[in-house]
Design a protein around this ligand. Sequence first.
Ligand SMILES: [Zn+2]
Length: 318
Amino acid sequence: LSILGIDIGGTKSIVGVADESGKLLAHKRILTPNVLGPDINIGMILPAADEVVQQAGDCISAIGIGCGGPLDRKTGTLHAVANLPGWEGICLTEIFSEQFDAPAYLDNDATAAAMGEAMFGAGVGVEDLVYLTVSTGIGGGIIIGGKPYRGCGENAGEFGHAKIVPDGPPCNCGDHGCLESLASGTSIARIARESLAANPKSTLHTLASSPDDITAELVAKAAAQGDEYAFRVWSEAMYHLGLGVANAVNVLNPRLVVIGGGVTKAGDMLFEPVREVVRQRAMKPLVADVEIVPAANGDLVGLMGAFAIAIENRMQWK
Ligand SMILES: [Zn+2]
């Protein structure tokens, strides 16, 4: 018996089939730009899911669906999700359950990614783990005692909205100075754009054809090549990210902090400064307990999380 995993995002989605140990049998990426709305996007996800199920050539015993929150896990329904406009009230579990004749489970993608890393990734055998995703925004998931911690309203793990700079820039959540407003991919690009004109010597002027084309990846690249301005912007963002991680370490005393998401493609340029800030700023005994590592599931962290959702729920009915 196999598991169908569905990772739904605002720009792309991934569907895949794995066996019950999380071994990937087939997968497919599809572009699902959120401007197309739910009907068209679900209309693209369903045939792609059919295709991977055919490829894997096995019966589906459970379906896991990971999606940005807020959502209602018990009814399998989305609330108003910022990066999926128009999806509010859609019962995703019903749609996929009917199509594939198997029970379907919906969960927050960051919690799912944390479970995926704990079951099949960097956190195998680790009981206390924090997962952080640093991409367009910053999200997170918490595993305590081997189980996901969700909080009373199921919205725990919003590390992206930890307050880092009291009078910092405005944030998507309506507050300001949050980690996300200082260190997400979008924020790094925005910060680099803001003072670019005042730094005429920066190679970002030539690396990007227009300021609008500046991305966090480009800032990291320019910084690695020795561009002073880009290095300053990047280092400050990593300092703030390190403070965010240090706060998580002090509050939760995890054994492992796993960081995934597009911005982690910068590799050591991200992990080295973050580890250094945590070493300096978190409390010593907690620093001694923790390791900070990249997500082992890489680009498939969301899909592996979707498998983990299905497996976790199946274990609960046994
Ligand atoms: Zn915020």
